[in-house]
Design a protein around this ligand. Structure first.
Ligand SMILES: [Zn+2]
Length: 192
């Protein structure tokens, strides 16, 4: 995984592809699969720390459901409190609609898409295919020249750098348009 918050820029970019998509649901979905990591460490330390929520089946079901619930019930109080975004307006946008559910699904999938190339094992086809047999293509790309762990570290570093740069570009662009936190957390299609 890239450090979990670094999934944000990709979610924001996806939100630009269709005005009906919910940025809050995309953002929540984009980080949701990583909640299993600490849980796996604590309760299932003999298993890989990326497993159920990093599989297509787990992400599409429980991952999407959790995203819908968190977006509906937790996103508004947390974001409006920390970033002073209008609570009523945000609450209205976080109501459960078909597009919010679609956005939740896409958000969770965006996490898997970003993790996949740079990760040294991938449970995307779990429980049918052993996660350790699916090495990310970006890791494979560097493996002829470097050791397995070096290749993984390079793939990981490149992904992190790309996301940090992308996030900085996003911040500069939305800052220049005004109403920064609303655009960052609610919608870049601000009426104001
Ligand atoms: Zn992850």
């Amino acid at each position: 995984m890239p450090v979990t918050p670094l999934h944000y820029p990709f979610a924001f970019l996806i939100s630009k592809s269709d005005t009906r998509l919910s940025l809050p649901a995309l953002v929540v979905g984009s980080v949701m699969p990583d909640i299993e990591v600490p849980l796996m460490w604590i309760f299932f330390s003999s298993l890989p720390d990326h497993l159920f929520l990093h599989s297509l089946i787990g992400a599409a079901t429980i991952g999407t459901l959790l995203t819908v619930l968190v977006t509906r019930f937790l996103y508004t109080p947390i974001i409006s409190t920390i970033f002073q975004v209008d609570r009523i307006e945000l609450g209205e946008i976080c109501r459960i609609t078909p597009w919010l559910v679609v956005s939740s699904f896409i958000g969770v999938m965006s996490h898997l898409i970003l993790d996949f190339p740079m990760h040294w094992y991938n449970p995307i086809l779990w429980p049918w295919v052993d996660p350790y047999t699916i090495v990310g293509p970006l890791v494979l790309l560097f493996m002829p020249t470097y050791s397995f762990w070096e290749a993984y570290n390079i793939a990981s570093a490149l992904t992190h750098i790309a996301m940090i740069v992308l996030w900085m570009v996003i911040l500069v662009k939305i800052y220049s348009k005004g109403n920064l936190w609303f655009r960052h957390w609610v919608s870049d299609y601000s009426k104001r």
